[in-house]
Design a protein around this ligand. Structure first.
Ligand code: NZQ
Ligand code: ZN
Length: 389
């Protein structure tokens, strides 16, 4: 392990069926005023809303609601939520939903007592909060982002078409607790399930495809990737398979709770390209990643050949006999592509609503990263988007 690092993850997880009851243990730790945050209504259809309201009532909480948090939450919605939470003198923000709702709750948390404009401070200047934070708790209903156990928050500014994520350095931004009941994910539409599965896998890739040293994080990553591929194949055929869905939920959390980034520079370029597409098309997050991944990885493969070869062998069981390193590495990406087809994830940006005329604009809002095997220049970014059309 090269590099120096600190590791602390303060989020307490409750994993498994019946875990919603642990809200009864968590709620008494916070003041009376709870802001209950959720999305567009899925939790009202599947009964989670009623179950949460009942527990809030039993704990005698004074509740305000922020509803209608959309996928890829917008800055306008953030401003609205900050006002609600301020007026309610929030003691706890309870997020019940997917990554969008959890991310949104964190953005509200760092903004309630912030005197600055949150967009400028946190998403343009990437500053850390210097005000009091309101604690966040999550009940997760969609698997993929890892938002339940990290300090990331992604907000979309619709006026500028910028979708920007800030992974805060402060552990205080991480949820205090998260309730993970795999059964809650059973009502997810197929499209969202596979979008989330690809998101999990790509989070691991983003951290794995960096560095040349012998690093324990990479061995953990390979195990997680194998588990995602295995469980996804079962879940796609039978979405009601609890074992597969629970493994996916657990791998999603570990894919992006900072563990496998330890000692690594990490890449994150697929996310930068995907977020640009998201800002323009508002497409499901995981699909924006799958749409640009193949072109990106084929582009950088020569610069990270050793790692792509290792990926092919250790994740995809590609045989090495009689083949050049380049052939082995390319077979790894072919195996990944064929798994993506099995899942049914989107493999081009045209299907998400992007077109040739957007390429320059997409490049304008793509933030180049320098932790991977190749720092892309503007021409390469445009080329990758073009190859992804
Ligand atoms: O809004 P409702 O009605 O709840 O419907 C949601 C939404 O339409 C639905 N859904 C969620 N749980 C459901 C369900 N439908 C039926 N049954 C359930 N149990 O699914 C749709 C998508 O939800 P969303 O929360 O948007 O998805 P996801 O979890 O993929 O979150 C995406 C957001 O997270 C950000 C993305 O950029 C995007 O804005 N990310 C956050 C990260 C982080 N915090 O570290 C990292 C990620 O890379 C990502 O960027
Ligand atoms: Zn992601």
């Amino acid at each position: 392990m090269l590099g120096n690092f600190a590791y602390c993850n303060p989020t307490k997880l409750y994993f498994g069926e019946d875990t919603l009851n642990y809200l009864n243990e968590e709620l008494p730790k916070y003041g009376k005023n709870v802001v209950f945050i959720y999305g567009g209504g899925s939790i009202k259809k599947n009964g989670i809303y009623d179950a949460v309201v009942k527990i809030l009532e039993e704990n005698d909480k004074h509740v305000a609601e922020i509803s209608g948090v959309m996928p890829n939450p917008t800055l306008a919605k953030l401003y609205e939520g900050i006002e609600i939470a301020r007026n309610h003198h929030a003691d706890l923000l309870l997020a019940v939903g997917g990554g969008s709702v959890c991310d949104y709750a964190k953005a509200v948390s760092v903004s309630i007592h912030c005197e600055d404009d949150p967009w400028q401070k946190y998403f343009i200047r990437f500053e850390e909060p210097d005000c009091q934070l309101v604690p966040v708790g999550c009940v997760l209903t969609m698997v993929g982002t890892g938002s339940e156990m990290n300090a990331g928050s992604v907000i979309t500014n619709q006026d500028t078409r910028q979708k920007i994520g800030h992974v805060f350095a402060s552990e205080d931004v991480m949820p205090r607790f998260a309730i993970l009941n795999p059964r809650y994910t059973f009502t997810l539409p197929h499209y969202q399930m596979v979008s989330g599965i690809y998101d999990i896998f790509n989070h691991i890739c983003e951290q794995y495809f960096s560095g040349e040293d012998d690093n324990t994080s990479d061995y953990i990553s390979e195990g997680l990737m194998r588990s995602v591929v295995h469980s996804s194949r079962i879940a796609v055929k039978n979405p009601q398979d609890y074992e597969a869905r629970s493994n996916l939920m657990w791998t999603a959390t570990w894919a992006l709770n900072t563990l496998v980034a330890k000692g690594k520079s990490t890449d994150w370029m697929v996310h930068m390209l995907g977020q640009a597409v998201g800002g323009y098309t508002n497409a499901a997050h995981g699909m924006t990643l799958s749409a640009v991944s193949l072109a990106y990885y084929r582009h950088i493969l020569p610069y990270g050949l050793n790692r792509f070869k290792r990926f092919a062998v250790n994740v995809w069981n590609v045989s090495t006999e009689g083949k050049t390193d380049r052939q082995i590495a390319e077979e790894g990406l072919l195996a990944m592509e064929s798994w993506m087809k099995e899942l049914g994830v989107v493999r081009n940006i045209t299907e998400l609503g992007a077109n040739e005329a957007m390429l320059e604009g997409l490049a304008d809002v793509t933030i180049p990263m320098n932790g991977g095997y190749k720092t892309l220049n503007r021409e390469e970014i445009i080329e990758i988007f073009r190859e992804s059309l």
